[in-house]
Write a new protein. Structure first.
Lengths: 208, 208
């Protein structure tokens, strides 16, 4: 159940996967996207920031949108790391699952709403079904599965329902707290209280 | 807990609320939106379909977008009626709540994906925070609250958790099965099985 630590291969990427320049391009692009937005950033500006030619950047990415997807993958990967880091602590599985809702909510809000331009970038990615977003959805399901297994092993959770069914169902209940479009609709209300209420019902539903 | 049967007052509407012409305009507009899309339909074409002047239409709606919101409200209202009709049957509250997930899924899929142009119309409405959509979200929460109350009255569900908290939490778990953007991402998988798995956990969580 451990997540693979190697970097995800995303579409539109070229050349050596592990290369310091690839990371520098993604970091420079992220800064540009944060300050000027995706639409107003050009590959040539990213190249200038790094004192390289555009042609050199195209050795690593075949388009601006491929760079954008890598930025998106990096940011979502940060959320995934936070989820895994907490999922592996020594708290009870129930506590860890409840915390998962809150971590997901806090990190997603920070990612999507501290900077509206990144929100728009991810909504674009959702419409285009980016691989980085599918990967994030998979990780949330893996974290749910891991925690359900942990709770079954410790005797906290029931063991009759097929694990896969339960993991998918639990991950489905994360949606209002991690999806940029749903989060936006929920901003008027108390999302943290709602996340906690969902966690309470789900934990009762899982309990042995 | 009964829903108000009177028509919802939506923004951009003018003149008499109860008027046969208002309904005829909304029906004619819906046909146009289904066949040609929202963007390609003009108020003058809707007027021609009804053999009236555009000026006459503007006595009821102050813009094309106000007509569009009324169409959207009508369609979502149809889903709401189906939810209430089932919620008031004599089955157990648990059965009715499980059916709510499936009815919501089936009706939402039919509305959003039988005709892609309507999907786009509702996504536009979500972005613009239309009152008709907020109303639909409220109704889903009212149905959830009604069924939780029914299950508490019959002794099927626990009564300790505050009703409002539980109703909001249950309604949150409907999201992946009623939201056009989330439904679209789920189309690859078995949404009905997923809805059933969520219903199973939630019902366990609610049980006395």
């Amino acid at each position: 159940m451990e997540p693979a630590p190697e970097p995800q291969e995303l579409p539109g990427q070229r050349g050596p996967q592990q290369h310091e320049m690839r990371e520098r391009i993604v970091r420079a692009a992220e800064q540009r996207f944060r300050h000027y937005g995706y639409g107003k950033t050009t590959v040539s500006e990213i190249a200038t920031d790094l004192s390289v030619s555009s042609a050199y950047i195209y050795k690593f990415f075949d388009s601006k949108i491929a760079i954008c997807e890598a930025v998106c993958g990096n940011l979502l990967g940060g959320i995934d790391e936070a989820l895994w880091a907490d999922a592996r602590t020594s708290r009870t599985a129930a506590e860890r699952l409840r915390r998962t809702y809150h971590i997901l909510l806090e990190r997603s809000l920070a990612m999507f709403f501290d900077d509206r331009r990144l929100h728009d970038m991810v909504v674009t990615g959702l419409e285009q079904r980016w691989a980085s977003i599918s990967r994030h959805i998979e990780v949330m399901e893996e974290v749910a599965r891991f925690l359900v297994q942990e709770g079954r092993a410790s005797g906290e959770f029931e063991r009759k329902t097929p694990l896969d069914e339960v993991a998918k169902a639990v991950a489905s209940t994360f949606s209002p707290f991690c999806h940029p479009v749903l989060l936006e609709h929920g901003l008027d209300g108390d999302l943290a209280a709602r996340a906690d209420a969902v966690a309470t019902i789900v934990l009762r539903g899982l309990s042995a």
